[in-house]
Design a protein around this ligand. Structure first.
Ligand SMILES: [Zn+2]
Length: 226
């Protein structure tokens, strides 16, 4: 799922909070959006493992919501919103594609790392890959309520996020192709500093993950798609 889709989940979460605690609207909005995008700060350092905690964020969110409900203050509401956003992000990435550079090929069985069980959770591919048309559809659905409940500044923010999302969706496959062409030009000594999915583009053997044989039904069906 796109980082922008996660950000718009944060806006939707804040809009829902607004209905029950309108006095904490600003704290809820800032914390919800921050928490919803926070896990993706690991994009270039152990993506979907370093800052994605599907179990621990969820376990922390439950008591935080209870505390916010019984002792509503800007700080408790903000903490609860941040943790619910981060938990939802970590969990919902399982519904997307795998970690490979071209997730529409469906060759990676890694979606999100589950630190509790000590293993990778496999991608469900309800949203086939980040930047898929259905990803944009979810983003629009999550952003839409903001136009009914928020004033102009938030509406402009949501519209801008949707515009960026649309541009990303249109460019998604070209960007992956561009990365595939550029990575081999990076000196071999520096490639170790690139995220794994980029290194794998230049040298599939370096991915550290068993890649499905190209002759499998899944891979061959999506070959023509890139
Ligand atoms: Zn993520």
């Amino acid at each position: 799922m796109m980082a922008t889709t996660h950000a718009l989940f944060g806006v939707a979460l804040a809009a829902a909070t607004l209905a029950v605690a309108p006095e904490f609207g600003t704290a809820a909005l800032v914390a919800s959006v921050a928490g919803s995008v926070f896990p993706d700060l690991d994009l270039y350092a152990g993506h979907r493992r370093t800052l994605h905690y599907p179990v621990y964020f969820s376990a922390a969110a439950l008591p935080a919501v209870a505390v916010a409900a019984f002792a509503p203050r800007p700080a408790t509401v903000a903490l609860a919103c941040f943790l619910v956003g981060a938990a939802a992000h970590s969990l919902s990435d399982v519904l997307g594609g795998g970690l490979e550079l071209k997730p529409w090929r469906a060759t990676s069985e890694r979606a999100v790392y589950d630190h509790f069980r000590g293993r990778w959770l496999g991608p469900r591919r309800w949203i086939r890959y980040d930047g898929a048309p259905e990803d944009l559809l979810v983003a629009v659905a999550l952003g839409a309520p903001a136009f009914a409940v928020y004033d102009r500044p938030v509406q402009v923010f949501v519209a801008a996020v949707l515009a960026v999302s649309t541009a990303y969706v249109l460019a998604r496959k070209s960007l992956a192709g561009l990365a595939e062409r550029l990575v081999p030009l990076v000196p071999r000594a520096l490639r170790g500093h690139l995220p794994e999915r980029f290194r794998a583009a230049a040298d599939p053997a370096s991915s550290g993950e068993a890649v499905a044989p190209s002759g499998t039904a899944t891979a061959s069906a999506s070959e023509a798609d890139d």
